[in-house]
Ligand binder design. Structure first.
Ligand code: ARG
Length: 401
């Protein structure tokens, strides 16, 4: 009788590598590895082959870069989605897409079970499992690392015993996750929030002491909320994001040192590198400032926070996210134009913005002779606008005396 199968989301890292062996030993399952290319700088074919070398019966790779950029990163950009004011959500955005491919592969392979390499302390387990449940509630999920409860040291020992090559050595003690939208780095000395991240925690961005002394200017064109060109050169989204990761990284842009609140209740220290995300979020917000009506942009800001939370909490496949997308898409109709930025010494600085849809009216804003603003109306406006506070203040004084 042939064995039952499990489809494992495989990254080539320590946890998912030991998971292949463990799923065979503990559950007697045939492991089908699935490697999803989301723009991480790994050699994807080597990763696929590594799974076979460790003992997977089949190993597949999917190139999901375009889908990731268009269907996940772009909606998040339109929503200016940033968790707790700092984290552009690269890892969190990737999980629902990986889950989608896991579910599809399980369908093709006739597997009743999927697996991921997340620990029991992180957000990623939640994101994978909610997503799988939303896409195919009849699938079972196994989380080998969580179930097994191994420490990093024990996982390394187990890997050594089974001849599994280990990427995390003494010189690189971090847990890293990467995709097009950013890189995250945790563990090792970073677990002490007082310790400055050592140079080896970074890989996408130059240290500020080694960046160019000359600023670089770039112009980013947006069409209905989507970045489409840099310096007048049209670029597909994947290419545009990769370009900005390189350009920003060269100037030391995109480093985030953060103490964040995980969904499972832990505060954790994370180091992110996300040059393209930082640059694009800044540029996109700036174009919105120029083109969105006041009440709309204020109201949208509240929803943006909720949107970021939905992504962080793993609720991508939810009716609330879909409904918010409809609202956000509606707001993007006028978000077309160009933002000019200066990349310099670790900073991305907006220095200019223009749009056909601009709501900036020079004759209203100017202090020069062309001024068309109704100064005489201002007095009456203040009179009525201040009325409730005046009434209240009068009463306060009376009660005190
Ligand atoms: N703390 C970040 C998040 O929750 C990054 C997680 C990184 N994941 C990982 N498997 N190394 O999205």
């Amino acid at each position: 009788m042939s064995k039952e199968k499990v489809v494992l989301a495989y990254s080539g890292g320590l946890d998912t590598s030991v998971a292949i062996k463990w799923l065979q030993e503990k559950y007697n399952l045939d492991v089908i590895a699935l490697v999803v290319n989301l723009g991480q700088p790994a050699d994807i074919e080597a990763v696929r082959d590594k799974a076979l070398a460790i003992g997977a019966v089949e190993s597949y790779m999917v190139d999901a870069r375009k889908e990731f950029a268009e269907e996940f990163v772009l909606p998040a950009l339109k929503a200016n989605a940033v968790y707790e004011g700092k984290y552009p959500l690269a890892t969190a955005l990737a999980r629902p897409l990986i889950a989608k491919y896991l579910v599809e592969q399980a369908g093709r392979s006739g597997a009743k079970t999927v697996a991921h390499g997340c620990t029991g302390k992180g957000n990623d387990q939640v994101r994978f499992e909610i997503s799988v449940a939303a896409l195919n509630p009849s699938l079972k999920v196994i989380a080998p690392i969580r179930e097994w409860g191994v420490s990093r040291e024990e996982a390394i020992k187990y890997a050594r015993k089974h001849g599994i090559p280990i990427p995390a050595t003494k010189t690189s003690p971090y847990s890293v996750d990467e995709n097009l939208w950013g890189r995250s780095c945790e563990c090792g000395v970073l677990e002490d929030p007082w310790v400055e991240p050592p140079g080896d925690a970074f890989s996408w961005t130059k240290d500020i002491s080694r960046v160019p002394d000359e600023p670089e200017y770039i112009e980013i064109d947006f069409r209905v909320g989507k970045p489409v060109a840099i310096d007048d050169k049209k670029k597909r989204l994947v290419e545009l994001i990769s370009y900005l990761n390189r350009a920003g990284g060269k100037h030391g842009i995109g480093r985030v040192d953060m103490l964040e609140n995980r969904l499972v209740g832990i505060k954790s220290r994370e180091i992110y590198e996300c040059p393209a995300a930082i640059i694009l979020l800044l540029a996109h917000r700036e174009l919105e400032a120029l083109t969105l009506e006041r009440d709309l942009i204020h109201y949208k800001a509240g929803l943006e926070q909720k949107y970021a939370e939905i992504i962080y909490y793993g609720q991508w496949y939810s009716p609330l996210r879909e409904a918010l997308d409809a609202f956000i898409d509606k707001t993007q109709g006028s978000v077309s134009g160009t933002v000019r930025m200066k990349l310099f010494k670790g900073n991305a600085i907006v220095v200019g913005r223009k749009s056909e849809k601009s709501l900036y009216d020079y004759s209203l804003a100017t202090y020069e002779a062309a001024d068309a603003f109704s100064h005489e109306s201002a007095g009456g406006f203040i009179e009525l606008f201040s009325l409730p506070i005046k009434v209240w203040a009068k009463k306060q004084r009376k009660q005190k005396s």
